[in-house]
Design a protein around this ligand. Structure first.
Ligand SMILES: *Cc1c(COP(=O)(O)O)cnc(C)c1O
Length: 462
């Protein structure tokens, strides 16, 4: 019987002529499809040999076609792929932090697929410098004398410490010796930078006099770190930036502030109250600041260093800069993102700012619409509710600012929350939801309008 079946398997050459295979060949190459087909047939033969009744009832040719198509699609799927963020965590580090604005993505494609003036001045027809791109825009937006861009903020901090303080001491409050996920720890970066950490104060309280007493002839820098993803609350004290600046000026020592997120506009009207605005720190007299490009700024991964001309110039000249610099794709996406701030349309065009500034009412209307659409189709055993909840800023930003939102809560008579959550994750475009109090919840704050259709299809297929 299985001998018969094995003999009935069409030849590779025959199968390659089928319309389905021809289409795959047009989308790849004959060799690629032939190899996939060979593997599919090997698998089918092995199954027939191990079980005599495999494929007895099936049309073996269409089964081979089906498997070929499946294997073809799977083998072409990139490892790094898009997901739908329905978690309500706006800057989700595991989900790639900030998605780019359309304008930034378009600029990136243009530069990626063509030659560019990366290190060329078109006006003079001469070699130019890559590290001037974005500088003018940053000067205007931040009100600083100079700015450079590095690979990420971890690189920016390393560059600043190494350039301004290697071989000397850096004063830091014990309340600011932080670790930000995935291996960024102030004491370790400091050690690698070649500067000596001079801790002052205590975990909860540090006074300006603590800094004052620690200054000596080896002091090169005062470092202030935005605590990002944690807060010390209760009996606490920390000198203001103004106080630090005034002490530092008296002693002729620069102040470097690691701002973490890099908020370019005041987000307090939207409930994000504990994120410092970059231009404010510079206006208050910080000599140099650094921040991420893909946190609250909403651009590509980058680390921006801004401040006094003379200090930024030294950082620019550091040989480490060559190792930590960014490529043309980052410059193009960053420049296009900064343009949106300059034009005053950042809140409307930058996805994370749109998500952060969306009101609970707006999200509730979308949630109710989606729920009504699903209910109109009707899914057996599924219960849907729209409930009040909270979104998070994420990305180590504003840990105390939970944003009020509206959640779609799903429960099912026959499926557990874990079943539902993993069903959503197993979709062609995985949907990342959250489980709260044993129920799956979907937060549309982080979902763009066009993605609602995918969620609709995923839920009705439960
Ligand atoms: C996020 C963060 C960093 C690291 O920034 P990356 O861009 O992820 O390298 C450094 N310092 C602070 C305070 C941060 O919040």
């Amino acid at each position: 019987m299985s001998q018969n079946l094995l003999r009935n398997i069409p030849s590779v050459d025959h199968l390659l002529e089928l319309p389905a295979a021809q289409e795959m060949i047009r989308n790849s190459s004959r060799e690629f499809v032939r190899e996939r087909l060979r593997q599919t047939l090997e698998q089918v033969r092995a199954e027939i040999r191990s079980s005599s009744d495999a494929f007895q009832e099936t049309d073996i040719q269409s089964e081979i076609e089906r498997r070929l198509r499946e294997g073809f699609d799977r083998s072409r799927q990139p490892r790094l792929r898009r997901v739908i963020n329905a978690s309500g965590v706006v800057l989700h580090t595991n989900l790639g932090r900030a998605p780019l604005a359309e304008e930034a993505a378009a600029a990136l494609v243009e530069i990626a697929t063509h030659y560019s003036n990366l290190e060329y001045t078109v006006e003079q027809g001469k070699r130019g410098q890559r590290d001037v791109h974005c500088e003018e825009l940053l000067r205007q937006l931040l009100g600083c004398e100079a700015a450079v861009v590095a690979n990420n903020n971890a690189a920016a901090v390393m560059l600043a410490l190494n350039t301004l303080a290697a071989g000397g001491e850096v004063i830091v409050s014990r309340g600011e010796l932080i670790e930000i996920g995935a291996g960024f720890r102030i004491p370790e970066i400091m050690e690698r930078s070649g500067a000596l950490l001079r801790e002052v104060g205590t975990t909860n309280k540090t006074h300006i006099s603590d800094y004052e007493r620690a200054i000596n002839e080896r002091t090169r820098l005062i470092l202030r770190v935005h605590p990002s993803n944690y807060r010390i609350i209760g009996f606490t004290a920390r000198p203001s930036l103004e106080q630090l600046v005034s002490l530092a000026r008296e002693r002729n020592i620069p102040v470097f502030e690691d701002l973490g997120s890099g908020c370019l506009v005041d987000l307090s009207p939207y409930g994000i109250k504990d994120e410092p605005v970059v231009s404010r720190s510079l206006a208050l007299g910080a000599s140099v600041v650094s921040f991420s490009g893909d946190k609250l700024l909403g651009g590509p991964q980058a680390g921006i260093i801004a401040g006094r001309q003379e200090l930024v110039q030294r950082i620019r000249k550091n040989p480490l800069m060559r190792a930590l610099r960014v490529d043309k794709l980052t410059y193009s996406a960053l420049e296009a993102t900064l343009q949106l701030y300059k034009q005053g349309v950042a809140l409307q065009r930058i996805p994370i700012l749109r998500a952060l500034s969306a009101s609970k009412d707006e999200i509730e209307v979308r949630a109710l619409n989606l729920v009504n659409r699903i209910k109109a189709v009707g899914v057996a055993d599924l219960e849907l509710n729209v409930i009040d909840g909270q979104s998070m800023v994420g990305g180590g930003s504003a840990p105390e600012s939970a944003l009020q939102t509206s959640l779609i809560e799903l429960s099912h008579n026959k499926l557990t929350a874990v079943d539902i959550e993993s069903h959503l994750r197993s979709r062609p475009i995985p949907i990342i939801a959250r489980i709260e109090r044993d129920r799956v919840v979907i937060d549309l704050r982080t979902v763009i309008l066009e993605e609602e259709e995918e969620i609709f299809r995923a839920v009705i297929s439960l």
